[in-house]
Ligand binder design. Sequence first.
Ligand SMILES: [Zn+2]
Length: 297
Amino acid sequence: MQDRFIHCIANMPAPLADKLVPLLNHDFAGHIDAKQIADLATATHLPSEQLLLKLLPVAAALAKPPISEFYVGAIAKGKSGDIYMGANLELAGEALFHSVHAEQSAISHAWLSGETEIEDIIVNASPCGHCRQFMNELVAGQQINIHLPGQSAKPLSHYLPYAFGPSDLNITPPLLSKQQHEFALDSSDPMIIEALDHASLSYAPYSNSYAAVVLETKDGQTFCGRYAENAAFNPSMLPMQMALSAMARHNRDFSEINRAVLVESSQGKISLVGATMDALHTVAAIELEHIAIDPIS
Ligand SMILES: [Zn+2]
């Protein structure tokens, strides 16, 4: 088991801890599939909602909050029945808008894993306004059930009444719906091809600045982030932050980053290059490779 989970396991009921420990192995990064969840529920005799609430300390152990030291854990439960954990990430010494919230981490984890709809969000602290707005961008967002310790589940529409959302800007395909944007790029570099694939799946209906980041560590592992825009603009999740959040879930140190690539559309209304460089230079002393790609119309 990874060291970061020792404390939360020590505070769990024994039947749950016994079943969880084998899952929290070296590779664990917050994904538990539907079959494993069913096995945990059977072994612990816990209803699904209670089980997921008890797993929140595991999600919170994925957090890296050097500024607030406030550990937030969130779990996104997909339509597939799989669960995806996420946690807050703060970049030491950098402006607060670079922060990733736990709900964003969990939702992006589900998206990068191929989920097309999230039915439940379980979180250990009341979702902030930023996250309520971020969740409102999702497929069937208003119907997502929010579960908090000590409270009955309520839909997002309860937490975000009179919502402003994509439809107010005449955008219909929501976040997590199938995106497939085509770009022309002639490259045989596997990392650039990977970034291109993710950029084609990114969600940028407001700026058309489809983009993705791929980070490579010294051992050749890659971590990806796609751009996820929001109708209220500021709660958008930048691809660099999404990739860093994936690294944090995998318990990888940012000093291990060896190479960083940003691929973005040449025809978007904005560019993410400045914001991406700022975040990268805070965590690693390497230069960003920036590649503009032309849409195929
Ligand atoms: Zn939040």
